[in-house]
Design a binder for this molecule. Structure first.
Ligand SMILES: *Cc1c(COP(=O)(O)O)cnc(C)c1O
Length: 359
């Protein structure tokens, strides 16, 4: 069995080089006579790996001093709660930009803890556009402004960073982190589940400005308190050691790739050719406004949705996996994260043209 091109939105494909390293390191890691999954997180070897992973991430993203990097569990979804619990800091409101399903979920969770307001919404554009910032209603009393830079389901991505004034900007970067360089100092907090661009499910990375931590609500579970986790170097309890190890290999792979400038160039090129193929045909259609089309998740609809089942069956038989679109959008979705090779995108484009010809 050979590896096929996997367009899954998450858990998503990993770089072949990373899988090869994992295979090599099992069952025996660093001369310990044991795999990385079976050693203490407090042992010198794992502690060194954890510190090196953080250093690599700091270097890739140029994370300034004054930010803490946390390696947590619970997925991006648990951060929907952790963010208000930690960042409200006695305030009663927070602003949310609602651009799709992941934004809705973050907002719904925040409403448990505060009067979360909708600063802007794309509901009128059926989730397929981003409202211009001049039309946003920002509340000056908000504890923070939350947005979702890449809505994984509709494939809607901000190619700009909102201006939140003096209010800390919070971003759910689960499906776009490490796809390009980022001005970290524009943000108060960034969080991301690992299973798209960082590694495997189980790990959640949080990058948070130091002055925002230490005022969690009294009811905050200790494990969700950023101050508690920062103090214990994300080892308040047993961390997800294997996922942390995989993340460190992915960071190394991105470094070897040439860093985030090179990654961005690659991602831009892959996305551009896929959108060009979709736009050149009347058979396929992408519903997203051009200026906010995602580099990472590319939904496309067949003009005749009676052909969806045949498309999925035949694409799978050709070695192109997991192209079924989310039920909220329908049609197809190709997730082309960092680890999707350009050759995979080329194969998809070729298949799409052949399928159209045959239909
Ligand atoms: C995948 C995803 C999530 C959910 O992540 P979990 O780790 O499953 O909680 C949240 N937000 C965005 C933008 C995502 O792409």
């Amino acid at each position: 069995m050979t590896r096929l091109y996997n367009f899954s939105a998450g858990p998503a494909t990993l770089p072949d080089a990373v899988l090869a390293r994992i295979r090599e390191d099992i069952p025996e890691w660093q001369g310990l006579g044991s795999s990385v999954m079976e050693v203490s997180h407090r042992g010198a070897e794992f502690m060194a790996l954890a510190a090196a992973a953080e250093e690599r991430l700091r270097s890739l993203l140029a994370i300034p001093a004054g930010y803490r990097v946390l390696f947590l569990q619970g997925g991006a979804s648990l951060q929907f709660s952790a963010v208000p619990l930690n960042l409200l800091r006695g305030r009663e409101t927070a602003d949310y930009v609602d651009t799709g399903i992941w934004s809705h979920k973050a907002l719904a969770e925040a409403k448990r803890y505060c009067q979360a307001g909708v600063a802007a919404s794309n509901a009128e554009q059926a989730d397929f556009a981003i409202p211009a910032q001049q039309d946003w209603q920002l509340n000056p009393d908000a504890a923070y402004l939350h947005y979702t830079p890449n809505e994984t389901i509709a494939g809607v991505e901000f190619h700009w960073i909102p201006d939140s004034g003096s209010v800390p900007l919070v971003a759910d970067m689960s499906s776009t982190i490490l796809s390009r360089p980022l001005d970290i100092d524009r943000f108060g907090l960034i969080y991301a589940g690992a299973q798209k661009n960082i590694g495997i499910a189980g790990l959640t990375v949080v990058i948070v400005r130091e002055d925002l931590i230490g005022e969690a609500m009294a009811c905050t579970p200790g494990l969700l308190d950023y101050a508690v986790q920062a103090k214990s170097d994300s080892m308040q309890n047993t961390p997800c050691t294997f996922a942390w190890y995989v993340a460190s290999l992915v960071f190394e792979w991105i470094e070897a790739f040439g860093g985030l400038e090179a990654m961005a160039e690659y991602n831009r090129r892959k996305a551009k050719k896929l959108y060009a193929a979709i736009d050149a045909s009347d058979f396929y259609r992408n519903p997203v406004a051009h200026e906010c089309r995602s580099w990472m998740n590319v939904p496309f609809l067949l003009a005749d949705d009676g052909l969806n089942a045949a498309f999925l069956e035949q694409s799978k038989a050709t070695g192109l996996l997991a192209l079924k679109g989310h039920r909220a959008v329908g049609g197809m979705r190709a997730s082309i994260y960092n680890a999707m090779p350009e050759a995979g995108v080329d194969s998809l484009i070729e298949f799409m043209a052949e399928f159209e010809c045959r239909a």
